[in-house]
Design a protein around this ligand. Structure first.
Ligand code: GAL
Ligand code: ZN
Length: 674
């Protein structure tokens, strides 16, 4: 468990490096990430390499005991490269070539990017591969599917389709190109979705997104292979960008040792926008799910965000530390703060780092130092701990893409609807694993598989097996609508899962923002919106009925018992209170521990290992909150106080870590105090 910073020595006078390195060590920093945008300094002109400055920077940093992570610089092709080899520049859906000058101006399929990218990575890894100060590598920076329409991408897309469909008649049939005379008679006619209309054939659009996602995963694999060859034994990771994204992170990370995330929680969220309030927790849970193990934060919020939009609120007192602990509480094993100093030059002058432009340690810096000292003190206790959850939610980039292509109703958004179920669990203190929908989920007590809009036999079979072995499953509306090629299926919804759910959708109404009423079995009325499936239970019992409009009294939520398992089907999008009420019932049935009311903005998770468990309780709001802790023998890792449970009060931004354990577990705690 370590703390680090992102640092750009090439932006600062060499005379400052020594002082910076010393100050980093004094602040408890152990890791520094360098060079991910420094191509023009590493290769100033074609074939002329200069590593002297980086050698010197690494020597200065490692002289203070700091370890280095190096980034490959392919996110910022230098001017000589884009000028002399313009195939590096991506082409948009109107056929316009991107101008260079910002960043991420590169096509992953460009032969020149591959050629010169491979060369700089080779040179870098040959030079630094065995340098003991360099502990690992970050590929590129925040890779995303970049929707390129250049000639190379067009050709590759065509081969991708040939591989998938083999023949043109098959492609025409699977995509349904007969509609609006879109049939192809020659492969050469097949292009990328130019023009950018959202009304292009949805099967075509989804396949293009898959192709773009495969492209970026392939680009990451290409880099990983070079790094592993020249720098064996060092880790390779990539810093993913928060959700939602169209590129499939599960594929993109198959070549990585672990996932890293750039974590920038919204700073202006705390009193109003609740949905943003819980976005960070979901992002971190999703990141842990990418490789189903602990991860790194490669960039952690350190100051006022700006540059990409007008500046937003400065993190208020306590939040630099609390958000960093939040990352740890959800599985981060290293926190690298972005960035050491606020930039004085370039576009990101107002994306603030730990130090302001004047460079004197201020409030945020001191808070970070507190965090860093705490991490260093508690490292023996945190080492080896992981989250061990009973509940899994199944996430899919393919579903997300399909819903983005055809939003189902006013306000219907895959990630937002996914998040409200996740938030519902959080509000009961239930911590959740968020997994690739294609992964194995058989061991969980409860599986929530929302909006399985695209369906295939593989997932249907796995869900059946899970339930027949006693699993508790939650399905929702917009399940089983389409096959994997984004074509509507001809059966009643939820299609392949109708028998398992014991219910079918008689008709549906995309009510959008026209809020409706439902009555849960506890006789409480709640609201729902976006979508209403009017359900006909077959073997299922009715758990909730609609209370409004022409579908009043018809089933809205059902439960079907299958062997020792059960399947809930939620036919609408519930509001927060309804989600909580329903999830309480489901969690009780599944034998999941939960708390009645975790106050808004408070997050509870547990990291544990043999011999000890650490319960993190964070108040990520601006108000003080009270929470009741189950009875037990706890020691606060923060204050050292003993506690028997009961009511605790948390100040704004307060972090509590309650340790429970065996004598051996406690002795780690006492060790950490000295
Ligand atoms: C990240 C990016 C960094 C920096 C930061 C602040 O997305 O990786 O390089 O730009 O945002 O804007
Ligand atoms: Zn391209």
């Amino acid at each position: 468990m370590k703390v680090g910073v992102d640092y750009y020595p090439e932006h600062w006078d060499v005379a400052m490096w020594e002082q910076d390195a010393r100050q980093m060590r004094e602040a408890g920093i152990k890791i520094v990430r360098l060079a991910e945008f420094a191509w023009s300094r590493l290769e100033p002109t074609e074939g002329q390499f200069d590593f002297d400055w980086l050698d010197r920077a690494i020597a200065v940093l490692s002289g203070q005991g700091l370890e280095v992570v190096l980034g490959t610089p392919t996110a910022t092709p230098p001017v000589w490269l884009t000028t002399d080899y313009p195939d590096v520049l991506p082409v948009d859906n109107k056929g316009h070539t991107h101008y260079a000058g910002v960043r991420l101006h590169r096509c992953y399929n460009s032969p020149s990017l591959r050629k010169y990218g491979a060369r700089i990575i080779e040179k870098l890894t040959q030079h630094y591969g065995s340098n003991p100060a360099v502990i690992g590598w970050q590929t590129d920076n925040e890779l995303a599917a970049n929707d390129c329409h250049c000639e190379n991408c067009t050709r590759k897309f065509r081969s991708w389709l040939q591989e998938k469909y083999k023949t043109l008649p098959e492609l025409n049939r699977e995509w349904g190109t007969v509609v609006w005379s879109g049939e192809y008679s020659d492969w050469a006619q097949v292009k990328t979705p130019l023009g950018g209309s959202p009304f292009l054939n949805p099967s075509f659009l989804l396949d293009f997104r898959r192709f773009s996602s495969d492209t970026v995963a392939d680009f990451n694999r290409f880099q990983a292979a070079l790094l592993r060859e020249n720098s064996p034994g060092k880790f390779v990771t990539h810093n993913l960008w928060g959700y939602p994204v169209s590129a499939d992170y599960y594929d993109m990370f198959d070549s990585m040792d672990f996932a890293s995330v750039d974590y920038y929680p919204a700073t202006d969220l705390l009193d109003d926008s609740k949905s943003r309030m819980y976005h960070g927790a979901l992002t971190l849970d999703l990141t842990r799910g990418v490789k189903q193990k602990n991860f790194w934060v490669m960039e952690q919020l350190s100051g006022t965000p700006g540059c990409w939009y007008p500046m937003s609120r400065t993190p208020f007192p306590g939040m630099i530390r609390a958000y960093a602990w939040q990352s740890v509480s959800r599985g981060a094993d290293t926190i690298v703060q972005f960035r050491w100093r606020s930039a004085r030059i370039g576009a990101e002058q107002f994306w603030h780092g730990l130090l302001d432009h004047h460079g004197e340690p201020g409030r945020r810096y001191k808070e970070f130092v507190q965090f860093s000292e705490e991490v260093n003190r508690l490292a023996p206790l945190l080492e080896g701990t992981t989250l061990d959850n009973d509940v899994a939610m199944l996430f899919s980039h393919e579903q997300l893409n399909a819903f983005q292509i055809q939003p189902q109703a006013d306000g219907f958004d895959y990630l937002t609807n996914f998040k409200s179920l996740h938030t519902g669990l959080m509000s009961m203190g239930v911590s959740t694993d968020v997994l690739n929908w294609r992964s194995d989920f058989q061991g969980y007590k409860l599986v929530i598989a929302p909006m399985l809009y695209l369906i295939n036999d593989e997932i249907a079979d796995k869900l059946r097996e899970y339930v027949s072995n006693g699993g508790k499953l939650v399905l929702t509306t917009r399940t089983g609508v389409k096959n994997m090629n984004n074509v509507c299926l001809p059966n009643r919804l939820p299609n392949l899962l109708t028998e398992l759910a014991g219910v079918y959708v008689d008709e549906y109404d995309p009510v959008g923002k026209d809020t409706q009423k439902i009555l849960l079995q506890n006789d409480q009325a709640y609201s729902c919106s976006q979508w209403c499936d009017v359900l006909t239970p077959v073997t299922a019992e009715t758990i909730a009925t609609y209370e409004s409009e022409y579908f009043a009294d018809r089933a809205a939520i059902t439960r079907n018992v299958v062997c020792a398992g059960s399947v809930y089907y939620i036919g609408t999008i519930l509001d927060a209170d309804a989600n909580r009420a329903l999830l309480r019932r489901i969690a009780s049935e599944a034998g999941i521990d939960f708390q009645l009311n975790v106050p808004e903005g408070v997050e509870v998770t547990t990291r544990s290992t043999e011999g000890r468990s650490l319960r993190f309780i964070l108040n990520l709001s601006k108000d003080s909150k009270v929470l009741s802790i189950p009875k037990g023998d706890y020691v606060s890792a923060i204050s050292g106080d003993r506690l028997q449970g009961g009511i605790i009060e948390l100040q704004p931004g307060e972090v509590e870590i309650l340790v429970q354990g065996t004598e051996e577990g406690y002795s780690k705690l006492w060790q950490s105090r000295n």
